[in-house]
Structures are given as C-alpha cells and as structure tokens.
Ligand binder design. Structure first.
Ligand SMILES: [Zn+2]
Length: 317
C-alpha cells in the first residue's frame, strides 16, 4: 500500500516534473530560438553603435582640437596682417618721401618699379624666388583670363599664387579679369566690370587684399576714344592706374627677344630716368634669365627696387 501510495506519488511528482520540464524545455527553446538571437542581434547592434559612437567621439575631439588650432591660426594671421599692414604703410610713406626728395633734387637715389604683367603663372614662383634672393620688391598686375588655372600648369589653382606675392611684400595690381581688348575697351562700363570682377577674385584669393592700382591691358593707349570715360570711372571708384616708362621688350616676339636685348632695353632707358616703371611679363623665361644682371647693374648705379603704391607719383589718379 505504502509502496503503491509511494509509487503513485512518485508518478504524480514525475508528471508534474515532466510538465515543468516540458515548460522549461519550451522556455529554453523559445529563448534559444528567439530571445538569444534577438539579444545577440541587439547586442551586436549595441556593439556597432558603441563603436560608432566611440569613433564619432574621437572625430569630434579631433575636430574640436582642429577648431581650436584653426581659431589660433586665424588669430595669428590677423595679428600678422595688422603688423604687415603697419610695416607696408611705413614702407610706402618712406617711398613717397624718397620720390619727393628725388624730384626736388635732394636725393641722388633712384627708384625702379619692376612691374610684371599677365600672371599668375607657375613661372611666378621663379620671379618670387629671384626677388627674394636679390631682396627686390615688385608689382604684379594680375588677370584671370584663364579662369582659376595657371596657364603654364593647368592643374594648379591661380588663387593659390595670390598669397605668395603678398607674403614677400610685393604689390598686387589689377590687370582686369578678362584681359580681352575687344570686350574691356567696348566702353567704360565693360572696363569697370572687368576691373571689379578681378578685384573680387583678388579679394577672395588673398583674404581681403585691395588692389588699388590698375594696369590697362596693353596700356592706356589701347583704350582709344574710351580712355577719358574709363579714367573718369576709375577715379570715381578710387582706383589709380599706371603705364610704364620703360618697355623691357620681353613681349616683342620669340624670334626677336633674348636676355641681352631685354637687359640693354632697360639699362639704356635707365640712363635718362631717376624714377622708372619697367614693363615685364610673368610668362617670360627671357625676363627670368635677364633680371639678375639687370638688378645688379641698376643697383650699382644707385637704384632701389620698390613695390608700387597708390600715392606714388607714377600712379595716375
Ligand atoms: Zn597684359
């Protein structure tokens, strides 16, 4: 009886246990079948998200650091700009005084304003290096006739050259955006449009530099009957303009031009002028070759080499 009772109870317990086991098995199966993969998925997603967050956090920190470095750089550049503006003002007022002393016969110094037209060219770097070596300041009359491309190296941006000229203390002048005779000399409005477009390009490329001096493409002689109206418009907008007193001859055609001709053109003219503005071109390798001897020779006869400035006696306004 006891045994039967015991057996019955064992069976009863076993049934209950079985039921429990079945339920447990179901739970395990459900867990294994659904929850675990889901959790796994969730966990994997969590891990991905966490990695992404970490990467983003890293990027953010780096960006924050870059921003701080940029802010510092901007601050330093502003400081440098104000210092160089002050220095430039000093150079220009000294130059104005020297011009006046020369004209009044109080100084036996002579001034040579080297002007280089039609840039930026990649060759401009050769001029800059040469001027750095010879401690010479010059004036670059720039155009954007080729868009934002260097004509002698089309994969380089013209814009990138602008800060280079300024970095070495040269003057940037405005040679009109298109340099296209037919369009710029069709009227004073067209001329001013080409000047203002170039002005905008210069400002953008140089971080706000204002080129105040214009050189007419081909010189004022090319403007013909429109000259008066163009000059009036330039004056009204606060621009000065300058031709040249010496043509180096570097644009006279490849068959005629060589370094010794360019040199003799400049040196011959220098014998009659105490303040001269010499025309060169940034595309001319002949000029790059001729300049060292020209500079040496002019310097030994008392010339100093200055960048043009708005108040110079050589700048019409
Ligand atoms: Zn030109």
């Amino acid at each position: 009886m006891g045994e039967t009772k015991g057996t019955a109870r064992r069976i009863k317990i076993t049934n209950t246990m079985l039921a429990v086991l079945v339920v447990l098995a179901c739970i395990i199966l459900i867990t294994a079948g659904f929850i675990v993969p889901r959790f796994g998925k969730t966990f994997a997603a969590y891990r991905t998200a966490r990695a992404e967050y970490k990467a983003a956090e890293k990027e953010y920190t780096a960006a924050e650091r870059t921003n701080a470095a940029l802010a510092q750089k901007v601050k330093e550049m502003k400081q440098m700009k104000s210092e160089s503006d002050k220095l430039q003002k000093k150079v220009f007022s000294l130059a104005a005084k020297t011009e006046k002393d020369i004209q009044d016969g109080k100084s036996n110094k002579k001034i040579c304003y080297i002007t280089i037209d039609d840039g930026p060219y990649n060759r401009g770097k050769k001029f800059l290096e040469l001027f750095r070596q010879y401690d010479v300041k010059a004036t670059f009359f720039l155009t954007t006739a080729n868009g934002d491309k260097l004509p002698d190296q089309a994969d380089l941006s013209a814009k990138s050259m602008y800060p280079e000229y300024l970095k070495y203390g040269h003057t940037i002048g405005n040679h009109t955006y298109s340099h296209d005779y037919r369009s710029v000399y069709s009227g004073s409005k067209a001329f001013m449009k080409a000047v203002e477009k170039q002005e905008k390009f210069t400002e953008e490329a140089s971080g706000g530099y204002k080129a105040q001096i214009v050189r007419f493409p081909g010189g004022t002689g090319m403007a013909g009957s429109r000259l008066g109206a163009i000059q009036e418009s330039l004056r009204k907008e606060g621009y000065g303009w300058v031709d040249w007193t010496v043509d180096s001859g570097d644009s006279w055609g490849n068959d005629k031009v060589n370094a010794s001709l360019v040199k003799s053109n400049v040196l011959a003219a220098s014998k009659k002028q105490n303040i001269m503005v010499v025309l060169f071109h940034e595309w001319s390798q002949t000029t790059v070759d001729a300049l060292p001897e020209i500079i040496d020779s002019l310097r030994s006869s008392g010339y100093i080499f200055l960048p043009l400035f708005y108040d110079s006696v050589m700048v019409e306004k």
